[in-house]
Design a protein around this ligand. Structure first.
Ligand code: FES
Length: 371
């Protein structure tokens, strides 16, 4: 899942002690590499001293030097913090993908990878008192954070239900096929799954083709009815799947506050500097990170993060496309114009959070505290 960014090799990113509430980095040792499908692996990591805590649905940013460049990629955790002894991320080969191909081809147990602490807002907080229904829509490797969420809720909330609709090309490309089957056996009264295959095998009894509005509507009728207040919808997958699910839920009148999305890609377009919104002139910004204050001038057309990185100010980032929130900060004064706001929730936007990777200063007194 998530974004892609590459920058020129430069001095080492400073390490921070984990657990300070700032971005922290770990050097994690690979414990095991499991081949899930012909083009997908799950990487399990040994726990660092002091452990590592994460919320179901979050992701790691893996940082590697490849071909002389520092490459960062965000990969969702597929594991449940309560039941899986080691954290794991799932990596599907992307065509031309530098890191995904490198990891699939070369990674082995014992290797070490620099990893940014787990972050992400596509999460579920498990509460054993809750009685709710989570409807999960996944496509391809979009199953990864949903798997973490499903396992965690099934384990921690005995009165809740989880329903999964999972689309794939064919049966061989179903990631976690056996694990999903064993969850169905373990939680027969709480977990239901509908597979949709573009091309099913001969004896396939499930749906074939792409996920459609009709299929979604049919599945929602079959799933348990917990009422609108106790039902939430989570989706992660390719754009086509996300669009059809979003439209179907809208048509069914489902409140968008109950719908949560994790995107692979962004349609973010860099806005032209404009006098109308105040982004057409150079402006000094102040950024507070890790108890240090940095002042620098951002030129029109450049983002705050880009400018900081050019100046060797090591602000945290991962996707650099407004999706992952690794670069998030609270705007304490002034105004910031963002090219893309999809990564932030309505509440975060109301509270003044901004993403520096897609943010341009739109007034003179911009002050942002990263975190
Ligand atoms: S680096 Fe991912 S949202 Fe900014």
């Amino acid at each position: 899942m998530l974004g892609f960014f590459k920058r020129k090799k430069k001095e080492k990113v400073p390490e921070h002690e984990p657990g300070h509430g700032k971005s922290s980095y770990y050097n994690l040792q690979v414990r095991e590499v499991v081949k899930e499908t012909p083009d997908t692996i799950t990487i399990y990591f040994d726990l660092p001293d002091g452990g590592i805590s994460y919320i179901p649905g979050q992701f790691f940013t893996l940082i590697m030097d490849l071909g002389g460049n520092e490459i960062r990629r965000a990969y969702s955790l597929c594991t449940c913090p309560e039941t899986d002894p080691y954290p794991g991320v799932t990596v599907k080969r992307m065509e031309g993908g530098l890191m995904s191909n490198h990891l699939n081809d070369h990674l082995k147990a014992g290797d070490s990878i620099k990893v940014m602490e787990p972050i992400g807002n596509f999460t579920v907080t498990v509460d054993k008192e809750l009685k709710r229904h989570l409807v999960l829509f996944g496509g391809g490797s979009g199953i990864t954070p949903l798997m973490s969420i499903a396992k965690s809720v099934l384990h921690g909330e005995k009165d809740s239900q989880v329903s999964l609709v999972y689309g794939n090309r064919d049966i061989e490309s179903i990631i976690f096929k056996e694990e999903i089957e064993s969850l169905e056996k373990k939680y027969p009264d709480n977990f239901q799954v509908r597979h949709v295959l573009e091309k099913g095998p001969e004896n396939w009894s499930g749906a074939q083709g792409y996920l459609t509005k009709e299929l979604i509507e049919g599945y929602l009728k079959e799933f348990p009815d917990f009422g609108a207040k106790s039902t939430s919808y989570y989706m992660c997958g390719p754009e086509g799947l996300m669009n059809v699910v979003t439209e179907s839920l809208e048509v069914l009148g489902i409140d968008h506050h109950s719908v949560f999305k994790e995107s692979f890609t962004t349609s973010a377009v860099r806005n032209e500097p404009s006098a109308e919104d105040g982004t057409d002139v150079s402006r000094e910004v102040t950024v507070i990170f890790d108890d240090e204050e940095f002042k620098f001038v951002v030129e029109p057309g450049k983002t705050i993060l880009e400018t900081a990185l050019d100046l060797d100010i090591d602000l945290p980032f991962s996707c650099q496309s407004g999706l992952c929130t690794a670069c998030r900060g609270k705007c304490l004064s002034g105004s910031v114009k963002m090219d893309e706001t999809e990564g932030l929730s309505e509440e975060e936007l109301e509270e003044g959070y901004v993403l520096t990777c897609v943010g341009h200063p739109a007034s003179d007194d911009v002050k942002i505290e990263i975190g």
